[in-house]
Design a protein around this ligand. Sequence first.
Ligand code: FES
Length: 127
Amino acid sequence: MVEPMNTAPPRFICFGDQLLEGGAGVRFDVIGPLGQGTAFVVRYKGSVLGYLNQCRHVPAELDWVPGQFFDDSGLYLVCATHGALYEPRSGVCLSGPCKGKGLFPIVVEEREGKVYWIPSERIYPAG
Ligand code: FES
């Protein structure tokens, strides 16, 4: 029987009230499938959502201005490089060069006013 790998404990990312509905997100460093990079959390329709900060078109971060993940409407996550639009809850690209592909989700939870990231074997803390 193969023992499961240990994963890191939940990591505090930010306070819940730092994430405004459709507003700026919070970035943090991770090691993901392509090596060192960042992930982010945002608030959408009341929930905190988190993804690897990596477009599915080419391996570029989504935000040119750090933390600006939503388009002007506040309804879609947008890649600043070529304008791909992602549906926030599913992470699926609805329009743009990576249409039909999805962002890599990360597990996040909000409790007692704090937002935590739950690392996995695939996406884990950088240091
Ligand atoms: S790099 Fe994101 S749409 Fe091209």
